[in-house]
Design a protein around this ligand. Structure first.
Ligand SMILES: Cc1cc2nc3c(=O)[nH]c(=O)nc-3n(C[C@H](O)[C@H](O)[C@H](O)COP(=O)(O)O)c2cc1C
Length: 218
């Protein structure tokens, strides 16, 4: 294994999840098949109510990206009112990273698990892909799929009626050309409350606690 990858694969879990960033620009080399396998295996460990496995994944890399770009172009052209630069930009999303993994919420009809929970599992699978990429030194970016409801894009991913795209994870090597701006830490008090014994929502008292945020690595 490559030295830097060995090092990165040894980062502890909290460092991995707190230093993951969305790549601004992804270049070659893309992930190896072994690295993809680790990402996909990590995806399948997402929390999953009743073990429905309400997700599936499509890997797109190499020349297959052109087939995906074609489908998006056809979908955009079918809209009929989009300017050519808009069509080109949408289709170009398919080829701007060396590889991508489309994440599909594949709901199980009739299952006694609400659809929102099934989709939450698919979203957790997507995040696991991003984290497993980062743990292996592969940069990632979770992006929306252009025209995800079009017949052409649904067909290229083989979507059935109960399925929906949750986005795709672009994968590759982070380019130095476009730096990632530092992440502004969220105000935990603004997004968190604590339920009190009397049934009220109160401000969670965090004064005096510190959370060490590891330095960003990419
Ligand atoms: C489902 C989903 C779709 C997204 N689609 C896009 C997108 O198309 N374009 C984009 O710039 N960011 C998109 N984002 C946001 C980025 O993935 C990323 O979270 C954001 O830029 C913040 O960067 P960070 O992950 O480094 O904090 C999407 C996020 C999610 C969860």
């Amino acid at each position: 294994m490559l030295g830097s990858r060995v090092e990165r694969s040894n980062v502890d879990a909290l460092t991995c999840l707190m230093t993951r960033r969305t790549a601004t620009r992804l270049v070659e080399p893309g992930p190896t098949t072994e690295q993809l396998a680790v990402m996909l295996a990590a995806a399948t460990t997402a929390p999953d109510h009743k073990t429905l496995r309400p997700w599936r994944f499509v890997v797109v890399r190499g020349e297959a990206r052109a087939a995906l770009a074609d489908a998006i172009r056809q979908a955009a052209e079918a809209v009929g009112e989009l300017a050519e630069p808009v069509v080109r930009k949408a289709a170009g999303k398919a080829t701007r990273s060396p590889a991508l993994i489309a994440v599909i919420a594949s709901r199980v009809p009739g299952a006694r698990v609400p659809r929102a929970e099934q989709d939450a599992s698919a979203a957790a699978a997507a995040q696991n892909i991003c984290l497993a990429a980062h743990a292996q030194g592969v940069a990632s970016a979770w992006k929306s799929v252009p025209l995800p409801e079009s017949d052409q894009v649904r067909a290229v991913f083989g979507l059935t009626g109960a399925e929906e795209l949750m986005g795709w994870i672009e994968l590759g090597t982070l380019s130095d050309a476009v730096p990632i701006p530092p992440r502004e830490p969220a105000d935990l008090a603004a997004v968190t409350s604590e339920l009190t014994a009397t049934g009220e929502l109160a401000v969670l008292e965090l004064a005096g606690t510190t959370v060490a945020v590891p330095a960003q690595t990419h």
